[in-house]
Write a new protein. Sequence first.
Length: 224
Amino acid sequence: MSINNILAKKIGSTTIFKDGESKHATILKSGPCTITQIKTQKNDGYNAVQLGFEPAKKLNKPLTGHLIKTKNKFKTLKEFKISEDISNKIGDSIDVSIFSKGQYLNITSKSKGRGFTGVVKRWGFKGGPKTHGQSDRHRAPGSIGAGTTPGKVIKGKKMAGRYGGEQFTIKNLEILDIDLDNNLLYISGSVPGARNTLVSISASNKAFTPYEEPKVEDENKGSK
């Protein structure tokens, strides 16, 4: 078994034309990653592989010792659980060539952090009336509970608070194109997060038909 996980950064978005149809695509700069640790059922109780992403200038002594076998330093280390042993070894490089055009991916990342927000932005409340002298109630939440019964604010009530910065996994996003030279993946649809957000990518179990480049016929073939 070979690894089918990789780390990436969200670069931006663009438009790709496929079969005469315009499709929104998210650009991910994916890898190259390096295998920094391999865990096995026999030694660790479960199978997993740890990947290092993006070079770092300086690390503390524990991390430096941990990465001594790879002879490199990395900003990000992330572990992926796998179902069985893999054929890769520590120090092997993983890039976008492990995927193919038309394949489906599961992508995990954090959404944009928006800080402390009110109920209109956080939950889509419409706010209070804008007439009859209520000039300061346009974005107010309104009543938050009954009086005597139950005499408290019910748990889970939608109110103002911290919004964004939550982890989401978007499943079955199609690979529209792959740039092997620049390690870029063009993914159909949107990926949570702002630019430069760290993204975890894993291959989906959804069946797909590998994309084949159309053959270009020679114009001079068959001519006399």
